[in-house]
Design a protein around this ligand. Structure first.
Ligand SMILES: *Cc1c(COP(=O)(O)O)cnc(C)c1O
Length: 581
């Protein structure tokens, strides 16, 4: 008996009361249980996993890749469903300006196998999508793709093409899952662009004989919406006309069509509002973010998000010899979960060891830098004695990449006193004219000062390799988002795990820890914050020149943040939330 039959052999119809319905669900063992045939499914429009041929845009995709890898390490049956984009965007410096470069990608070169094709209906035609798959132990990636699928985040966020991509992932991905004979135990929606996957499931249940009301409750109970955005207002909307072209033709159930049609306000729809309706389980990506995310359901009630702070796959991001050290000294276990006594065990992490790991990390950084010239085409190479600050993240306004440059004289003095270098790495989102302008102005400012010109390096085409090299090889990382705007951030986790000293505002996942756990930047206004940033940069330099201070600072960071950083901890939190005992 397959699972679909199971639903119908235990009919649940005519239950008006939701609590009664849930009781019936429990009684009939229709609760979620993971198995290879009924895996944990994870839906994401963005995956950042270059080893497997898929390049993302930032943190959302990195999180997706790390979540799958952690699931693999833990042996969890897990399927990640995402588009395979036939082109990817890179950035390079041409004539002193950052320019985009579009490179075709062939999935066959990355170990994906073609399975079959599925169709979605768009604008009165059938669009054929290839289903491709790659397996990794207990996990796999299933992708849908076609030659004109376009690039990640191509076009405006409310455009027809984006809707086409999102509908293809949802309906096409759901059909692909059936094609390989899988049924989701749970559907985790990594942001609202994946809403259509849950809609496809609702439609399947409702059009196959399940009472509509039951189908809604069933779908809601098995769907987790993970939110990464702070304000609903900023989200793009789609029109009824767009849905008439791309969405409604893919629905079979009249009741589902009616349900969806009711969700429009003045002919427009926000995907978050329907995602909230279809997912009873909802999470935010750090404690602070879950508290401050300001979302309302269609009835106007504030939405509560369960805080499940992001983690990283430490096996991917941490220097291998340091990882061996963490494991052999039982600071973390084989699943990368911090041990009960990990704080005591950190007492053996001496300055000598920290410097030894940093020296190894610097070699890795130097190797990475061989292929990554700075804005002047210089190939950088750092010795163990050099001091390196790094700022590496997407070039967006709220992350304030220009903040340390607001007082160039002071920055110059800090760097000059120690002969320190400052590395800036980050991509401007394609088409973001404002941030391109800010980056250009910043590079001009650096160019106008003889000392900064030699000691500030902008590295283009920020990606995983650069992120890894910099977190292993730099001394001090700077993370200064405007407080309240970073959902979690994971770059800083790579830094802390790799024994970088962290200078940060108290925001995102950093705010899961205490304000005393790292070099905090705060103040009543931006001027005070800036002053504190410079003071902390001076202190960070002093810290690295004193063994006692270095041990104290690194141990303090790890004590506070190892449990946050651990991807195994994140996965355990998800499992506890999704499958309560
Ligand atoms: C880790 C990582 C990120 C995450 O960035 P945050 O700004 O911390 O969210 C983004 N891009 C790349 C390439 C990364 O390696």
């Amino acid at each position: 008996m397959n699972d679909d039959e199971e639903y119908f052999y235990h009919p649940l119809e005519n239950i008006e009361d939701v609590d009664l319905f849930y009781e019936a669900v429990e009684r009939n063992h229709l609760t979620k249980a993971i198995s290879p045939e009924r895996p944990y499914t994870y839906w994401t429009i963005e995956l950042y996993d270059q080893k497997n041929g898929i390049r993302g845009g930032g943190g959302l995709g990195i999180l997706a890749a790390d979540t799958r890898r952690v699931a693999e390490d833990m042996g969890i049956p897990f399927v990640l469903i995402t588009p395979f984009y036939p082109y990817e965007v890179h950035q390079e410096i041409q004539h002193g300006q950052v320019a985009d470069k579009h490179i075709p990608v062939d999935y066959k070169k990355f170990g994906f196998h073609y399975i079959d094709s599925v169709n979605v209906k768009c604008c009165n035609t059938l669009c054929k999508l290839d289903v491709i798959e790659k397996k990794f132990n207990s996990t796999r990636i299933i992708s849908i793709t076609e030659p004109n699928f376009g690039e990640l985040y191509s076009g405006m966020s409310g455009s027809d093409h984006r809707l086409y991509q999102e509908v293809s992932l949802g309906f096409g991905g759901y059909a692909a899952l059936k094609l390989v004979g899988l049924k989701p135990a749970i559907m985790q929606l990594n942001e609202v662009a994946t809403f259509f996957a849950a809609l496809a499931r609702l439609d399947e249940l409702a059009s196959n004989g399940m009472d509509f009301y039951e189908a809604v409750v069933y779908t809601r109970k098995h769907t987790l919406y993970t939110n990464h955005t702070l304000v609903q207002a900023a989200e793009a909307e789609f029109s009824r006309e767009q849905f008439d072209k791309f969405v409604f033709p893919n629905l079979k159930s009249l009741a589902v069509k009616k349900w969806l049609a009711d969700k429009f306000t003045e002919g427009r729809i926000k995907l978050s509002s329907v995602t909230i309706e279809i997912a009873e389980l909802r999470s935010g990506v750090s404690k602070l973010h879950a508290r401050v995310a300001n979302y309302r359901d269609l009835a106007g009630n504030k939405v509560k998000f369960k805080a499940i702070t992001n983690g990283i796959d430490m096996n991917t991001w941490v220097l291998p010899s340091l990882m061996d050290y963490y494991k052999s000294s039982e600071i973390i276990d084989n699943y990368t979960m911090p041990t009960v006594n990990f704080e005591e065990r950190l007492e053996n992490l001496t300055a000598d060891k920290i410097r030894m790991f940093k020296s190894e990390g610097r070699e890795i950084l130097n190797k990475v830098l061989k292929n990554r010239p700075d804005q002047y085409g210089r190939i950088l190479r750092f010795s163990d004695e050099d001091f390196v600050f790094d700022f590496k993240r997407r070039f967006v306004d709220y992350k304030r990449p220009e903040m340390p440059f607001r007082n160039p004289v002071r920055l110059r003095n800090i760097l000059e006193e120690r002969g320190a270098h400052y590395i800036l790495a980050g991509r401007v989102h394609a088409g973001d004219e404002e941030m391109s302008g800010k980056l250009r102005a910043l590079l001009e400012l650096v160019d106008s000062d003889e000392y900064l010109r030699d000691h500030v390096h902008y590295l283009t085409d920020y990606d995983e390799t650069l992120a890894y090299g910099l977190s292993c090889g730099a001394n001090t990382a700077i993370n200064v988002p405007i407080v309240g705007l970073e959902a979690c951030g994971t770059s800083w986790m790579k830094d802390v795990a790799n024994l970088n000293v962290l200078i940060s505002t108290h925001d995102g996942g950093v705010a899961d820890g205490s304000i005393n756990a790292y070099f905090n930047v705060s103040g009543a206004d931006e001027e005070e914050e800036l002053d504190m940033l410079y003071q902390q940069m001076e202190d960070a330099i002093k810290t690295w020149d004193n063994d006692f201070d270095l041990e104290y600072v690194i141990r303090r960071q790890l004590s506070a943040f190892l449990p946050v950083i651990s991807g195994a901890r994140m996965m355990q939190d998800y499992l506890d939330y999704l499958f309560p005992k």
